[in-house]
Design a protein around this ligand. Sequence first.
Ligand code: ADP
Length: 229
Amino acid sequence: MITFEHVSKRYENGISALRDVSFGLDRGEMAFLTGHSGAGKSTLLRLVLMLERATAGRIRVNGHELQRTPSRRAPRIRQAIGMIFQDHQLLPDKSVFDNVALPLMIAGLGYREIGRRVRAALDQVGLLHRDTELPDRLSGGEQQRVGIARAIVGMPPVLLADEPTGNLDPDLSQELFGLFSHLNGQGTTVLIASHDLALIRSMGKRVLVLSDGRLVDDIAADEVGGGRA
Ligand code: ADP
């Protein structure tokens, strides 16, 4: 589903954020991407989303060769990817429902179809009963779940998250990772950047480790201790 072959990324200021990174994430797989601050986690996710271009190497996402894909086609690539950010970037003056509906409205779906899909997405994250509220009436964990509902409402085959638990306490973080695991169980391919090692270990999923832009470890799920499943 996602393949990196000898991928390097050098920013214009000369910083090498990724160096010769190779890995593959199969359809339906879930993995964590970890490493120190500045290790290259965000850069890797931004390359998958075509928010940045690789300097060298090949990236394949959902059958598309990104280095051969012109930037004007990036929106099509992104349609197949749900992205969750640390600060969920909800619109404060729109209801939970409208925030989640936004990608579908942009895609031009009909009113009835939007309603059906938004309710299904909110149900998945356990927030169907909060649909008319404004985001600031919700707790941090709930707001992050609205962000997840918005990411999955288009039913993308791939879900990426960049430090999604950055602002949450350990219990809520665990709950959120459990939600990702649940979505993965339904067939979604999931890649989560996080530096929360204890939490990652508790999930018992594959772990990719970046250090100074290099992929220094790739730990299979059955080698990761403490799985909750
Ligand atoms: P992480 O997500 O693991 O903290 P990043 O991918 O954000 O790592 O950053 C990797 C390296 O690339 C860091 O040294 C960072 O300063 C640098 N970097 C990130 N984004 C840019 C950018 N837009 N321009 C220049 N350097 C960048």
